[in-house]
Design a protein around this ligand. Structure first.
Ligand code: UDP
Length: 235
């Protein structure tokens, strides 16, 4: 597989074309941004850790028949993936109340949600990734009803699988964001699943082991990412 041209550079990843029109190489960077790109920094070792964690989680989900864009890890910070047409919606699932659920709807901080909360956001930094419902998504021609239903169903299934995966490793999967893409007529999981895109707390202490340490300058960012990596790779 040969890496060709830079197709796209995002905040945390670069995407390269390959000699196969249906496959791209995703390169994970150490760059970190928060608050729709207004806060910028570097988390040393993040690219490798997010590439490794995403690889493990994509492979784990595939073992439960969840289709993902993942094909193969190529190097420390590169993976070969299917070239999908990304759907411009962020699918968020929340198991524990924090962040905007506390601010906007006055949930008690850290309250375990009896019914997980599913939300969709418009993938648009300039607008600050606003919360949208399915009707906005149709009006914006982002996806068809059957595609949104597939995204909802898959996000719920992925939540069930990953919650217990993290639980068995002493971590709480508080919430996470997924992105999906179209590939050969199907909706498949794309983007990444890592401490950049999930909130992960230590089960005993509720210590934050994710990007919130960077967002809110809590310190020990690298150590927290390393901790997630070690627990995810531990058998
Ligand atoms: N998230 C993400 N990228 C985004 C927005 C959210 O990965 O552009 C993840 C985030 O890490 C968290 C979850 O989605 O795990 C919910 O994030 P949100 O920004 O909605 O948090 P809140 O509004 O609760 O502060």
């Amino acid at each position: 597989m040969t890496k060709q041209d830079l197709l796209y550079e995002g905040k945390a990843k670069k995407v390269w074309t390959t000699d196969d029109a249906n496959q791209v190489i995703v390169e994970y960077k150490d760059d970190a941004t928060a608050f729709d790109g207004t806060k910028k920094g570097t988390i040393t070792g993040k690219g490798e850790i997010n590439c490794a964690v995403s690889t493990i989680l994509f492979q784990y989900l595939e073992s439960y028949q969840v289709k993902t864009h993942f094909i193969q890890r190529l190097s420390a910070r590169e993976m070969l993936t299917k070239k999908v047409e990304i759907i411009g919606i962020e699918a968020v699932m929340r198991n524990v109340a924090t962040g905007s659920l506390v601010k906007r709807l006055a949930f008690p901080e850290a309250q375990v949600l009896e019914y997980p909360v599913y939300e969709t956001y418009l993938k648009n930094d300039a607008l600050g990734d606003p919360l949208i419902n399915e009707h906005h998504a149709y009006a914006l021609h982002l996806a068809k009803p059957e595609e949104l239903r597939a995204i909802f169903r898959l996000t719920g299934k992925i939540n069930a699988i990953l919650r217990s995966f993290f639980d068995r490793r002493g971590m709480t999967l508080v919430d996470f964001k997924l992105e999906f893409g179209r590939f050969q007529g199907e909706i498949i999981l794309a983007d990444e699943i890592s401490p950049d895109t999930c909130r992960i707390w230590d089960q005993k202490s509720n210590k934050k082991l994710d990007k919130d340490r960077f967002r809110f300058d809590l310190g020990g960012v690298e150590k927290a990412y390393q901790e997630v990596y070690e627990r995810v790779t531990a058998r």
